[in-house]
Design a protein around this ligand. Structure first.
Ligand code: SF4
Length: 199
């Protein structure tokens, strides 16, 4: 199973980050404004116009490689409502999605969203327990700070960046517990294109 080919049954069991990654990577509507406009009804569009637009939107979705993942996200995220026919997601109308969410699949979706919340808590806890090594060089010699939490890397890394701006530090890099260079996973490194990465 690849991210952009999640089957309907697999989508129902996938956690939210997996679904979102698939949609972000392969959505047919993607960043194209004309497609995004197709999926949402203009408030003033008369029913006959919306019917044509809705059919075109459903045709777009039918050929989308991540349609099941998109549909599952729309169900979990609360897209659409039973009172208004105003959008299409994952090939389904907003009203149809709302009926699934509130009636046909309410138990399953409540369990899926609860599992998503738990998963996020676990990811957050894992991220907070991770430790990193921050290394850089100065005139006095190499500086290596071991066992730093993410927030400490951000804080000390930002100080090192300011020293780099003054020409007092260079070769700034961050390594995870496995020794992989993860420097650009940190905001302090991405905010400033002047970072001098260790060779
Ligand atoms: S299924 Fe439709 S709304 Fe969903 S990502 Fe694909 S094109 Fe966009």
């Amino acid at each position: 199973m690849t991210l952009n080919r999640i089957a309907p049954e697999a989508a129902r069991h996938a956690r939210r980050p997996v679904l979102q990654a698939a949609v972000t990577a392969s959505a047919r509507c993607g960043d194209r404004e004309q497609y995004r406009d197709l999926l949402d009804r203009n408030g003033s569009a008369p029913p006959v116009i919306w019917a044509v637009q809705r059919a075109a939107a459903q045709k777009l979705c039918a050929a989308c490689p991540v349609r099941p993942a998109c549909e599952e996200l729309a169900l979990r995220d609360g897209a659409g409502d039973r009172a208004s026919d105003g959008l299409v997601r994952g090939g389904r109308t907003g009203q149809d999605l709302a009926v699934d969410r509130e009636i046909r699949q309410s138990g399953r979706l409540a369990a899926a969203t609860a599992a998503d919340r738990q998963h996020l808590l676990e990811l957050d806890a894992a991220a907070r327990s991770e430790r990193y090594t921050l290394a850089y060089a100065m005139d006095v010699g190499p500086v290596t700070k071991l066992g730093l939490r993410r927030d400490a890397v951000e804080r000390i890394g930002a100080m090192a960046m300011r020293a780099a701006d003054r020409g007092e530090a260079w070769d700034i890099a961050v390594y995870n517990a496995a020794g992989a260079d993860v420097t650009f996973d940190f905001v302090f490194a991405r905010d400033d294109g002047a970072l001098v990465v260790a060779a």
